[in-house]
Design a protein around this ligand. Structure first.
Ligand SMILES: *Cc1c(COP(=O)(O)O)cnc(C)c1O
Length: 405
């Protein structure tokens, strides 16, 4: 059915062993995507920081770390798990947004660099860590993304400091004797056209020129993957070439020729390595729509409900295959009418007991899963390079639901 499994029987056995639903990741694809990102700018001082909110499974983090990739953290909890995976402090970058003094201290105490994204947070940082090193997230005034909820720069978002406040930034830096070591931005999530990224980078470089001696310039993430069958891939070689030109032009006039450029992809690294599998328990017609009822509620994968996201669906037949097709809507088992994973899809005829594969589910899949409806979160399994399957997170058990009482 796909590259991960040699046969349907192999998948069915795996689900029998670890339960349904089940997240399965492919180490080979994961490493390939890491390498593609690492090689985006082969001739530059260039580092990749994986944005681990896309998927923070500790075993996947270890693999990504072994590919010479650093990490971005969005919270102390992410820092905690990244350190458990083995990332040292200098490889972690804490990009805060509206964080408390305690949360900032959590990173500062561990010598982890913090990025702040408002004047108030810069002031707070100065108060708790006078004389320290800091990074600042700017909002370049342009954004990108597949849905307005994931556009994280531009004129309609809460993120970053707008360029007009550079003087106030400089004053605060002086007042608290801070050392600005880097600036960063993040346009938003999921672009497939390299020009949007380049446009954002140019704006960030304009801001960089205002500050001498920066150690790094972090251009952000957002690299898209094709969720739809007929979508074109992001053209990395084109992106690489345009980026290289843009950065060279900048370097000609910048004082620190050794400045490190960074990018922080999340989705691109993990999305395509993951497939979510679920089981069909019921099929019915309701007023002209055929509903395929599965255990893939939005507690397991929220993207379709939250962002109207499209995921390709594969049907794995338990029994014989006939060539009949039908239009169906695949739904989960959560008590809300919005609990739809795929609407009006032309698919091979589905029967009870068949397995549904939700493709490209590696990013913002498990990491956004929840125990809503007191459902148990699924297990995660890795297909290792040698073809063997390994459990990398067990499924919840009922006791997990009462652990904190
Ligand atoms: C989420 C996030 C990223 C990664 O976004 P992707 O679309 O997954 O690449 C990068 N930088 C920041 C600051 C983020 O919040």
């Amino acid at each position: 059915m796909n590259d991960i499994f040699t046969s349907n029987e192999e998948l069915i056995k795996l689900i029998e062993e670890y339960g349904s639903p089940l997240y399965v990741y492919d180490e080979n694809i994961l490493r390939q995507r890491c390498k593609e990102m690492r090689n985006l700018l082969p001739n530059k001082n260039f580092r990749i920081s994986y944005s681990s909110k896309a998927n923070s499974n500790i075993e996947l983090l270890k693999i990504i770390m072994s590919e010479d990739i650093d990490v971005d953290a969005m919270s102390p909890g992410e820092i905690f798990i990244q350190q458990k995976a083995g990332f040292t402090s200098e490889r972690i970058f804490y990009i805060g947004n509206n964080v408390s003094a305690n949360e900032m201290m959590y990173a500062v105490d561990k010598d982890i660099l913090v990025s702040v994204d408002s004047l108030s947070q810069l002031k707070l940082f100065g108060e708790i860590n006078r004389g320290g090193q800091v990074a600042i997230r700017f909002n370049p005034g342009v954004g990108a993304g597949h849905h307005e909820k994931v556009v994280t720069a531009g004129k309609k978002t809460k993120f970053g400091i707008q360029k007009d406040y550079i003087n106030q930034v400089k004053e605060l830096i002086k007042k608290y004797d801070l050392k600005l070591v880097g600036i960063n931005q993040h346009l938003g999530s999921l672009f497939l056209d390299e020009d949007q990224y380049i446009e954002g980078v140019k704006k960030l470089l304009d801001i960089a020129r205002e500050f001498q001696g920066l150690k790094f310039i972090d251009m952000g993430g957002g690299f898209g993957v094709p969720y739809k069958k007929d979508e074109k891939r992001l053209d990395l070689s084109k992106l690489s070439k345009k980026l290289e030109e843009t950065l060279n032009e900048f370097l000609e006039k910048y004082d620190n020729k050794e400045v490190i450029f960074k990018a922080e992809p999340g989705r691109y690294i993990v999305a395509e390595s993951g497939i979510l599998f679920g089981t069909v328990y019921s099929i019915k017609d309701n007023y002209g729509v055929t509903y395929v009822g599965t255990d893939l509620g939005f507690n397991v994968l929220v993207r379709p409900v939250m962002y109207d996201s499209h995921h390709e669906i594969r049907v794995i037949k338990k029994c014989q295959v006939d060539n009949e097709k039908e239009k169906v809507t695949i739904v989960g088992n959560v008590c809300e009418s919005g609990d739809v994973i795929a609407k009006d899809r032309e698919l091979p005829k589905i029967d009870e007991g068949d397995i549904i594969g939700v493709m490209n589910a590696g990013a913002y899949g498990f990491s956004m899963s929840s125990n809503y409806n007191c459902r148990l979160r699924p297990a995660e399994v890795l297909r290792c390079l040698n073809g063997e399957f390994r459990l990398i997170r067990r499924a919840d058990i009922y006791e997990d639901l009462v652990r904190n009482f």
